[in-house]
Write a protein that binds this ligand. Structure first.
Ligand code: NAD
Ligand code: DAU
Length: 361
């Protein structure tokens, strides 16, 4: 792993991965390819560690000639593919970009890698690696008594987002099986932590609660997610890159099962502690149960025995510690928050997604 193409490295997890890799692997050369959609920002790439080398390319993963020329120009030996449309609610409002970026974009990268690594260079499996970053949402939704998703759970995606990721996983898998492209797939649960775009539950609730705005909880708030601190995800990906076996899939998760409502309540309590404000505390009073997300998955849970046993990875942060650190990050990074909050596109999204949602109780 010397010359690493990171796609989507200006987004939430990708930018955390760029920071993490430069910190832990000082010899690495990173090429960050990102189209800077609403979700990508140079704000996420400020104050990068100065070790290693880092180049940013503003471009689209669907642009085949750009991707092919980057592979050659920088002699890329490792691709870590994060770039995606990632928000479920947006995929419900307008699925088309999800099909384009998540499926066609992944295909474009796979095809460019196949041509460059296998056809032109004739490299062996030890020299190169394509790491496809995916999600637990490909497995669908669990009932309360069902066991956690394992790597052999059949795919049953429910939202256009999940279907586009499932599709990209299948295309990626076929490249490993048919062409022997040295490839690993990771399916991870909900991430949270610094630099997450405030359309997602945790940062949205932190920022609304800070300002004394209503806290929209979809449906009854009893949906369950498995939450992982983003740096733990970055560490898991590095473990897969270094020790994972080509052709394998690894599930990654935080091994916790809180309801959405309990996450929102915890954030309220943390903000009451860090930023007491008699005019809006207790912030739990801001909770607003609103119209549910169509087709809302009820429960996710990840079985992480494979990565724990074979690669020795497990999450380092408890949910309690991770949430404290996350709330503190949003309180300390006021410039980052202001830059995103004033984005017109973001304000339009908030209006589009929340104004028509009715209070349910
Ligand atoms: P994000 O939305 O924060 O960032 C996505 C990044 O991809 C942005 O920087 C955006 O500009 C870039 N991008 C989008 N379309 C592009 C295109 N066509 N070409 C180049 N760049 C493009 O997403 P995230 O939450 O950081 O997720 C990263 C990856 O991890 C995704 O593949 C997602 O499916 C997966 N994942 C996310 C989570 C989570 O909880 N956030 C959990 C599991 C897996
Ligand atoms: O499980 C992994 C997935 O987690 C990733 O693949 C996705 O990219 C990522 O966005 C995330 O998907 P979710 O839909 O689970 O995340 P989100 O933060 O949008 O919502 C988390 C839960 O909170 C979900 O049950 C919906 C609920 N929710 C969300 C928002 C934005 C609310 O109740 N109110 C809200 O305003």
């Amino acid at each position: 792993m010397k010359n690493v193409l990171v796609t989507g490295g200006a987004g939430f997890i990708g930018s955390n991965f760029v920071h993490y890799l430069l910190k832990t692997e000082p010899e690495v050369n990173i090429i960050n390819l990102d189209a800077l959609t609403y979700a990508g920002s140079q704000e996420n790439l400020k104050d990068l560690p100065t070790r290693g080398s880092y180049t940013f390319v503003d471009g689209n993963i669907c642009d085949r000639s750009l991707v092919s020329s980057l592979l050659k120009q920088y002699a890329i030996d490792t691709i870590v593919h994060f770039a995606a449309e990632s928000h479920v609610d947006r995929s419900i409002a307008g699925p088309e970009p999800f099909i384009q970026t998540n499926i066609v974009g992944t295909f474009t990268l796979l095809e460019a890698a196949r041509k460059f690594w296998l056809d032109e260079k004739g490299v062996s499996g030890q020299e190169v690696r394509f790491q496809h970053v995916s999600t637990d949402e490909v497995y669908g939704s669990l009932n309360p008594d069902e066991s956690a998703f394992s790597e052999t759970t059949p795919y049953a995606p429910n939202s256009p987002y999940a279907a586009s990721k499932a599709s990209s996983d299948h295309v990626a898998r076929s490249y490993a099986h048919t062409y022997n492209l040295p490839l690993t797939i990771t399916n991870c649960s909900n991430n949270y932590g610094p630099r997450q775009f405030p359309e997602k539950l945790i940062p949205l609730i932190i920022l609304n609660a800070l300002e004394g705005k209503k806290l929209p909880v979809y449906g009854d708030g009893q949906q369950i997610r498995d939450w992982l601190f983003v740096e733990d995800h970055c560490e898991a990906i590095l473990a897969v890159l270094k020790k994972g076996t080509a052709g394998e899939t690894y599930n990654i998760g935080g091994e916790n099962q809180p309801t959405n409502l309990s996450i929102v309540q915890t954030i309220c309590d943390l903000l009451d502690e860090f930023k007491p404000d008699p005019s809006i505390s207790p912030r739990r009073s801001l909770i607003d149960f609103v119209t549910d997300r169509p087709g809302h998955d009820r429960r996710y849970a990840m079985n992480i025995q494979k990565i724990r046993k074979t690669l020795g990875w497990q999450p380092k942060h408890t949910l309690q510690d991770g949430l404290r650190e996350t709330v503190q990050w949003y309180l300390s990074n006021t410039q980052w928050v202001a830059a995103i909050r004033t984005q017109q596109e973001y304000q339009q999204w908030l209006t589009q997604n929340y104004t028509k949602r009715e209070t349910k109780r």
